[in-house]
Design a protein around this ligand. Structure first.
Ligand SMILES: [Zn+2]
Length: 561
């Protein structure tokens, strides 16, 4: 017995007490950190609204308010919060606007490009910022999108909102926000904050209703200056700004666009006039799609969809057909649709045309979701390439869906057709060759359908819906394809809130896994600590000259009453 104890003492003596003390210290530090981690993980997983993840901006995409409506009434948006600290919430004149664009470009040089489409009467540039994964480069079947602001020089809100939108997307892209990254990587976004910088310079802050600065430098209303389908000769006195836009429309195959105005709160869609020039609904052949597009904007705004703006106008669902409201000939949106195959709507952003700068942040928060969701609509419907068997795209091929307005393929043989989910008939015509076929548009994602022209025949070479992976990706990113009118949109907000819910669930799953790992870590650490503590205690006792037996006996005696 004695020799056994001596052996144990010898072995224990091999380790110095100070070394084990150091281990004990280390154990304390590890335990403390684990405990901290444990508390953090659990508080995050149980508290959604004040979650650390929102505030650190690590996963902004989950914080985006879709059309769940929860934050709509207040216009409060969790995902903006601190990001706004770098945003310039003041009115930007010509110089300040260009400087702001440069600042954004310097923050995001890889995804942005500043270019000008021409000059105004007073020699100001019509600046555009392109935002995409490869700015300046054409990528097959990547759609072009555009926003134009400040066409009426005194309607300034669009100009500011578009600058904030660019700044926001740049920052979020840099942070790795999945929603923004996917949007930017899959779209060529062109943003022109001001189409009428000359008019802007004479408009005055706080002037909500007058027309000072509305027209361009030559006193021409630019939204009456485009060639019109019903009024021949309305393109007389075509202004440089108008000519530049028309040329721009031939340079890029824009698929979707919005023209941002002020003076009311409504999303307005084609047609803007009719033959009789009377205020009645003037339906286009793509009315269903235009209604959907307009509603996408209005229903993602906290007030617009209610249709009761303080400006005195009332619009059901916050949308209106242009001509039904009032007739405009020479408007830009009809020209976009009829002459450039670009689906464009006109959005009136607020009753006040030139609001006080103190209100800009509030307006940004209210319009942010609408601006983003509207952009995503460029990814609905059918797209594809009409090409020869060797793969070369064929431009100017007539392609029509149902009884809609016929579109033509662009310079690379591409076509993009924004359509609602369901079965659609396709008619394609090239020379004497014709083909009729059907195509199905899924609820989420885009259908890709290519056509091959080989001698006398046209074949739809490849019709498919996106595969599961692409679909899932589109679903999570481009989730806003289901906005119907408020009465019928229960299902849609369900879809959207389901998408939001899904994102939240995904996050909870990750947190749960983290919690389990941390818990196991804690248990292992505590056990290691107990063993370590006992060893140190033993060693100290041995150091003091006790043998093993004595330790045990001492303990036994001390525990006796
Ligand atoms: Zn206007």
């Amino acid at each position: 017995m004695i020799s056994k104890n001596l052996n144990k003492t010898k072995i224990l003596k091999k380790y110095s007490v100070s070394l084990l003390d150091r281990y004990l210290q280390m154990w304390k530090i590890i335990t403390c950190n684990l405990l901290f981690l444990f508390i953090t993980v659990y508080s995050t997983s149980t508290d959604d609204s004040s979650s650390t993840i929102y505030r650190t901006g690590k996963d902004k995409s989950t914080g985006t308010v879709y059309s769940t409506g929860k934050d709509k009434s207040t216009g409060k948006d969790k995902s903006t919060g601190k990001d706004n600290s770098t945003m310039e919430f003041f009115h930007h004149n010509y110089e300040a606007m260009y400087k702001y664009l440069q600042t954004i470009h310097s923050k995001c040089p890889d995804i942005t490009r500043i270019y000008s489409i021409g000059k105004t009467n007073e020699n100001r540039e019509l600046y555009v910022m392109e935002m995409s994964d490869n700015p300046g480069e054409h990528e097959l079947l990547e759609p072009n999108f555009k926003y134009i602001g400040n066409m009426h020089g005194n309607e300034v809100l669009g100009r500011e909102l578009l600058l904030y939108l660019l700044d926001y997307m740049c920052d979020e892209y840099n942070k790795g926000n999945k929603e923004i990254t996917n949007l930017v990587d899959n779209t060529r976004i062109h943003i022109m904050p001001s189409m009428n910088p000359d008019g802007y310079e004479i408009a005055r802050e706080g002037d909500c209703t007058s027309v000072l600065g509305r027209a361009n430098g030559k006193y021409v209303d630019l939204n009456r200056n485009f060639p019109d389908q019903y009024v021949p000769g309305s393109d007389l006195n075509e202004q440089p700004e108008t000519k530049d836009i028309i040329a721009w429309l031939t340079q890029f195959q824009f698929v979707l666009s919005a023209n941002l105005h002020g003076g009311s709160l409504v999303a307005n869609y084609p047609f803007d006039d009719n033959k009789a020039m009377v205020e009645v609904y003037s339906k286009s052949a793509d009315d269903d799609v235009f209604v959907k597009l307009a509603k996408t904007y209005s229903f993602n705004h906290p007030e617009m969809y209610k249709g009761e703006s303080t400006c005195g106008d009332k619009f059901k669902d916050g949308i209106t057909n242009g001509a039904k409201w009032y007739c405009v000939s020479g408007g830009m949106q009809d020209y976009n649709y009829l002459r450039a195959n670009t689906m464009e709507i006109t959005v009136e952003l607020d009753c006040c045309k030139y609001p006080d700068h103190s209100l800009l942040e509030k307006f940004w928060k209210e319009h942010k979701t609408s601006l983003l969701e509207y952009m995503k609509m460029v990814h609905i419907g059918v797209k594809g390439v009409v090409k020869y068997p060797n793969g070369t795209g064929i431009p100017n091929v007539k392609i029509n869906f149902d009884k809609r307005y016929p579109f033509q393929t662009g310079p690379y043989g591409e076509y993009f057709r924004l359509l609602l989910p369901g079965e659609h008939k396709v008619y394609i015509e090239y020379g004497k060759n014709k083909l009729r076929t059907d195509v199905k548009v899924p609820k989420h994602g885009t259908t890709i359908m290519n056509f091959i022209v080989d001698g006398d025949t046209i074949t739809s070479s490849y019709a498919r819906h996106m595969n599961e992976v692409e679909l899932a990706e589109k679903k999570s990113v481009f989730s806003n394809t289901d906005i119907e009118s408020k009465d019928t949109n229960t299902a849609s907000s369900d879809t959207n809130s389901a998408a939001t819910k899904k994102r939240h669930t995904g996050r909870s799953d990750n947190l749960a896994a983290a919690a389990v790992i941390v818990t196991i870590g804690c248990i292992v650490c505590v056990l290691a600590g107990i063993v370590l503590y006992r060893k140190v205690k033993e060693l100290r006792a041995v150091d003091k000259g006790y043998s093993y037996d004595k330790i045990e006996t001492e303990k036994f005696i001390s525990e006796e009453p």
